[in-house]
Design a protein around this ligand. Structure first.
Ligand code: ASP
Length: 587
């Protein structure tokens, strides 16, 4: 219907007859002459309808309202002196209209496009209108470019794109499954995949050698700010590979995707072991745009005069005493700020926040009196303390201390403006433990198909795995592992996880069977595509990079899903609802 998109036109087209199609972004009547800003996906252009040029077109123009759909025929004209609009790409020209058709009308908009004060609920309810905004379109343009770059790169490396089932059996990635009842087999359920993990491993047994998929995954979790019940992963698996080979593919893939969005990134990425990351940064997704490493000082409190600290220092495996030195922090942090930091860490289980200030005339701080001269001297040199610094201390249970000191590190960096928003600090976290023990229960830290390194180790928590995560600026982009390809090892790992033979056969019998038929060594990874796009487009929320996202309570405000279904449908499925569904108010 059109000859050009709006912003295809410029001064070189002056004098040409063109046909444009799009929406009325705005209109103005200036003493009889009507100006319309016509919008398509590329941007805006000004249409001029002067009754002196064409009475018929002017008459039509007098009926247009915001968001009406127009087909406009006319001639490109240079705008008069002083009438140019430098804010528009097409601001030097306009279209003198010969023929104007209202192709469709629009009711008044429920909200004004681009108005930042509009609530997200209304935007999500009318998502198709929200997506009319140029910025939105550009986000999805980038998303498409990144996906195509990923496909091209993986294709060039010999990876085959294969679709795996959506109606399937549970894959354990640590979340609850979404279930779909079967009509044909009453009382039985499919699970939506939490990831294509098992299928991609099976494709390796098939000899496909290199697989990828831009895959929808489903996890029924209590949603945090950054999560969606369904999300997209770029999922990769390869055979006869080492961890190094897999990491190289992941780096090349990220390079291609970032490149497609205009960012040049350097590879290979730095690496840190899981244990080092936990000790130095308090978590397994370190933000390396700034320093502020946590330093171990538990040894210095061993025989100190504080019964509490001395007691903590006795159990070095279970406890931690960590110091966070903030250069210049004594000058920067008032008493009030220190109080705020104390209440910040208390939210994460800290019982208090001890600190030492480094003043011109020496160290100040209540804990000094518990420490020997020698311990203080060692601490001074270990932390390289200088006048103007402040040092915070966290002491207690290892898990709690690492967690709140890691958070404190980031909080302090924010308050001291130490974070360069334009830096991209990628890092691989490697050598993850195979298991974690929670309340006496042994769980897989990655997933149970991950290859352990030293399975014979007596202490399960000391068993490492060949698993790796890629982290950018403190955010986990994805991860993967080398998998178990030997049946006996897989059985042993299930056993250690408390999954009995019967349960293993019932849940993963097909995988165990496949491992009997010449499974090659293999491994892979998956990248969280939505999160990656959120970072690439510098958006605050993951919802901004998903065309039709769900709210934090997992509802779709546009379609009103999930919704009740009629009795007949339930009957066919053999389902009876025991409790009344929640009312709107209860959701
Ligand atoms: N399936 C894993 C996940 O979804 C990724 C992998 O191990 O490849 O996190």
């Amino acid at each position: 219907m059109r000859t050009h998109y709006c912003t295809d036109l410029n001064e070189n087209n002056v004098g040409e007859d063109v046909t444009l199609a799009g929406w009325v972004n705005s209109y103005r009547d200036h003493g009889g002459v009507i100006f319309i800003d016509l919008r398509d996906k590329t941007g805006l252009i000004q249409l001029v309808c002067d009754p002196a040029d064409n009475e018929q077109a002017h008459k039509v123009a007098s009926q247009v309202r915001d968001e009406f759909v127009l087909i406009a025929k006319g001639k490109v004209r240079k705008r008069g002196e002083g009438l140019e609009n430098p804010r528009l790409k097409t601001g030097k020209i306009e279209i003198v209209i010969d023929e104007l058709t209202i192709e469709n009308r629009s009711e008044p908009m429920p909200f004004t496009l681009g108005d930042e004060n509009v609530g997200e609920d209304i935007r999500l309810k009318y998502r198709y209108l929200d997506l009319r905004q140029k910025e939105m379109f550009e986000t999805f343009q980038l998303r498409s470019k990144a996906a195509i770059a990923a496909r091209n790169l993986l294709d060039s490396l010999g990876f085959l794109e294969v679709e795996t089932p959506i109606l399937t059996k549970s894959t354990p990635e640590g979340a609850r499954d979404y279930l779909v009842p079967s009509r044909v087999h009453n009382g039985e359920f499919y699970a939506l995949p939490q990831s294509p993990q098992l299928f991609k491993q099976l494709l390796m047994v098939s000899g496909f050698d290199r697989y990828f998929q831009i895959a929808k995954c489903f996890r029924d979790e209590d949603l945090r700010a950054d999560r969606q019940p369904e999300f997209t992963q770029i999922d990769v698996e390869m055979s006869f590979c080492t961890q190094e080979d897999v990491m190289k593919v992941a780096e090349d893939l990220l390079k291609a995707m970032f490149g497609a969005c205009g960012y040049e990134i350097k590879t290979p990425f730095n690496r840190i072991t899981y244990r080092d990351s936990m000790e130095k940064y308090g978590n397994d997704r370190p933000d390396l745009r700034f320093g502020l490493e946590l330093v171990d000082v538990i040894d210095l409190f061993e025989n100190c005069d504080s019964p509490i600290f001395a007691e903590i220092a006795q159990y070095k495996k279970l406890n931690r005493i960590k110091a966070l030195k903030v250069p210049g922090g004594d000058k920067a942090f008032s008493r009030k700020i220190i109080k705020e930091l104390e209440s910040f860490v208390s939210k994460f289980g800290a019982k208090g926040l001890a600190y030492i200030q480094v003043k011109e005339d020496g160290l100040k701080g209540p804990i000094l009196k518990f420490l020997s001269e020698e311990a203080i001297e060692t601490m001074k040199s270990r932390l390289e303390m200088e006048v103007g610094d402040i040092v915070f201390f966290g002491a207690g249970n290892k898990k709690t201390v690492l967690d709140y000191m890691g958070r404190l590190r980031t909080e302090v960096a924010k308050r001291m403006n130490l974070i360069d928003e334009n830096r991209l600090e990628f890092v691989w976290v490697v050598d993850f433990p195979m298991f974690e023990v929670e309340d006496g229960e042994v769980k897989a830290l990655h997933h149970p198909f991950t290859m352990p390194k030293n399975l014979d180790e007596d202490d399960v928590e000391e068993i490492d795995s060949i698993a790796y995560d890629v982290v950018l600026n403190g955010i986990e982009l994805g991860g993967g592992s080398i998998r178990i390809h030997k049946l006996d090892v897989q059985r042993k790992v299930f056993e250690m996880l408390g999954i009995g033979e019967e349960e293993a056969n019932e849940k993963f019998g097909f995988l165990l069977d496949a491992l009997k038929f010449g499974a090659p060594p293999h491994g892979g990874f998956a990248l969280g595509f939505d999160r990656l796009m959120m970072l690439l487009t510098k958006k605050e929320s993951i919802r901004d990079v998903i065309a039709f996202p769900k709210t934090q309570s997992a509802t779709c405000l546009l379609t009103q899903a999930p919704s009740q279904v009629d009795e007949a449908q339930l009957k066919e499925l053999g389902i009876r609802i025991r409790k009344q569904p929640k009312t709107d108010a209860a959701q």
